[in-house]
Design a protein around this ligand. Sequence first.
Ligand code: HPA
Length: 300
Amino acid sequence: ATTQNLQSALSFLTLGDRALPANLAKPAVGIVCGSGLGGLVDIIRNKVEFSYTEIPGFVNSTVAGHAGKLVFGLLGDNDVPTVCMVGRFHYYEGFALSQTTYPIRLMSLLGVQTLIVTNAAGGLNPAFQIGDVCIIEDHINLPGMTGNNPLIGPNMAEFGPRFPPVSDAYCPRLRRLVYEAAKKLNIPKFLHEGVYVFVSGPSYESKAECRFLRSIGADVVGMSTIPEVVVARHCGIKVLGLSLVTNRAVVHREPRSDPDAPAEERPVEEKMASHQEVLEAADSRAKDLQTLVKYLVEMI
Ligand code: HPA
């Protein structure tokens, strides 16, 4: 069914009455915009947009702050043909991971060779501040390790091998380019490099869960991206992952509730993760990320 849907989607985009013009139909770069980062499409020119509802095989994203459209156009001063997902599909919406990653396979069929995935994430590393950007250097696919990997099921051999490696998932050259870009563009020092841990959500992590995730080596935590990366790597697409730290995942141990305990051990109000906070942080850094991504695409 997936293969048939993909062929229908490809025909719809490249052959039908709304077929893409030749200069846009073979995008070299794919971009996935995370929560509140849809503004990345503002820097794309000659845009042709398709709502997810009209593309064969696409499901409908349901989260506030995630519109759903596929945008084709030119990016950067050297006119790089690009396809951009504004709004992505999440596992917590109730979709199968094969559905949430379907657009990545479509990108592969369209000819995409480099994927830039962005997301909003919680900072587990105490050095990370709200508004910082973390270049993903590696990941922990927690659901994937326990039975929910997007590649489970018959292997789609036309895309890649049964047992694809992911130990080299995050292209070192692209990661270096981000540092170069940030320096050139005089974007203040807000860059980190770290490990992203994928959790299913939709509830945010408990404090004990945050401490657990930190102790297994994660720097940021989020509810997306890794299934897309795994499928992209299966297809042989180069990947750059960027996490915007939108909140600090609380890691302190719960103080004692005993009213007779010394004051410093009694509960203090902790700021809890909220979707509002996530969207505000994304908004404040959106411009810098646009500039960064434009520069990267020009250099790819
Ligand atoms: N946890 C999980 N996902 C997230 C968070 C978080 O704290 N912030 C943004 N996405």
